[in-house]
Ligand binder design. Structure first.
Ligand SMILES: Nc1ncnc2c1ncn2[C@@H]1O[C@H](COP(=O)(O)OP(=O)(O)OP(=O)(O)O)[C@@H](O)[C@H]1O
Ligand SMILES: [Mg+2]
Length: 369
């Protein structure tokens, strides 16, 4: 039985935690992470290397391998058409962590596809581009003819700005930017509702990077898919993402619309990140970076994991782990129509009980010389 679902929510991640077990200790790579993705939304995930971005993305796509273990959490997916089966709940959501291997195969590609970190090196070197695209198409559409698959491959390459005369090129005959475009074309092949892109443009020069991102925005407008865009480069997200979540040591420490984050960063770490990259829009500022380095995730500092690097830390920060809570103060941006979450921050500076004086007027002092 299929009925239409009227909700704007596409994916809900609830209290997700992921560990890597090893003889040298347990790495708590993702710790109690919750967020919601709306249909058509570009959701940016930023944070320094090792903060758990890829682990989180692969956990929600059920792509993690041992020694990774999802220790807690739920991933709920709301398909456009509600198909009632044993993994569909009463509210129409599919419990992704409960899918069996066959259901998972159908879910990936059709509903969700992934452009992996350093994906452009993941193309098969001995097959031409046409074969690699048509293989995906025909594996998931057994009734598709060779001609049908070929014309769809041409169409997909056109969508990502590659001329059809490159269809029979081998990966080594293409530039890095072209290979990355091919990976995006493959991710789009089955019209998924959501694409996870893990550092899709990091290895490319800024002009090519910009071109690909603009193309991605156009494709999103035309086809209305959602994107989880992962990068360590916050300035890039400030150009393309609707909502941005900042990760530090396995937790989301701030989440809000890109305007809110840019104009009014609440977490000292977000403010530090903003001063680590030149931004194209917004006020000019000097670049200073954040002193110190991220913690070893086998022994995260007690309390707020950022406290040893934070210029604003006070006693409670050393002992109490801050929760990610909505910002009640004035100036918090209202979430865009259709849902989404307002600005949230995990920082004791905003806890009226722990810090009755309230947060400092500006966090800039810590990052401006
Ligand atoms: N297979 C593994 N075994 C043990 N620990 C791992 C494994 N993969 C990742 N980790 C650890 O998990 C943590 C999070 O790694 P993850 O790759 O998710 O970070 P990331 O934010 O994607 O970093 P980057 O920006 O460098 O890609 C890191 O501390 C990393 O060392
Ligand atoms: Mg990564």
């Amino acid at each position: 039985m299929i009925t239409e679902v009227r909700t704007n929510t596409l994916l809900e991640i609830k209290h997700m935690s992921v560990d890597y077990d090893s003889t040298r200790g347990t790495v708590h790579a993702v710790n109690d992470v919750s967020f919601t993705i709306e249909r058509g939304q570009i959701f940016g995930l930023a944070g320094e290397s090792g903060s758990g971005k890829s682990t989180l993305a692969y956990a929600l796509a059920r792509l993690l391998q041992p020694p990774a273990v999802v220790t807690r959490g739920q991933v709920l997916y709301y398909p456009r058409e509600r198909e009632v089966g044993e993994t569909t709940r009463d509210d129409g959501a599919v419990d992704v962590l409960a899918l069996n291997p066959a259901q998972l195969r159908a879910f990936r590609w059709r509903e969700l596809s992934i452009v992996f970190q350093s994906a452009m090196n993941a193309l098969n070197p001995v097959l031409d581009i046409n074969t690699q695209i048509t293989d995906v198409l025909r594996a998931h559409n057994p009734l598709m003819t060779a001609t049908g698959a070929h014309s769809r491959a041409v169409e997909l390459l056109k969508l990502v700005g590659i001329a059809s005369d490159r269809l029979h090129s081998y990966p080594h005959e293409l530039s890095g930017g072209m290979r990355q475009r091919v990976m995006i074309a493959i991710a789009l092949a089955l019209n998924p509702e959501m694409i996870i892109m893990d550092e899709p443009t990091t290895a490319l020069d800024v002009v090519v990077q910009r071109d690909i991102l603009m193309q991605l925005m156009r494709l999103r407008n035309d086809f209305d898919f959602s994107v989880i865009f992962i990068t360590h480069d916050l300035s890039l997200l400030l150009e393309i993402a609707d909502t941005i979540a900042i990760m530090y040591a396995g937790r989301i420490v701030e989440m809000g619309t890109r305007n809110d984050l840019l104009r009014h960063p609440r977490h000292p770490y977000t403010s530090g990140l903003l001063h680590s990259f030149p931004t194209l829009h917004g006020p000019r500022h000097s670049l200073t970076g954040i002193a110190g380095s991220p913690p070893d995730l086998r022994s995260v500092p007690p309390g707020c994991a950022f406290h040893p690097r934070c210029a604003f830390a006070f006693a409670a920060c050393r002992t109490i782990v801050p929760s990610l809570l909505p910002v009640a103060s004035e100036g918090a941006e209202v979430p865009p129509a259709g849902g989404g979450q307002g600005t949230c921050v995990a920082c004791h500076l905003y806890d009226a009980k722990l810090n009755p004086e309230g947060p400092p007027e500006s966090l800039e002092s810590a990052y401006v010389n």
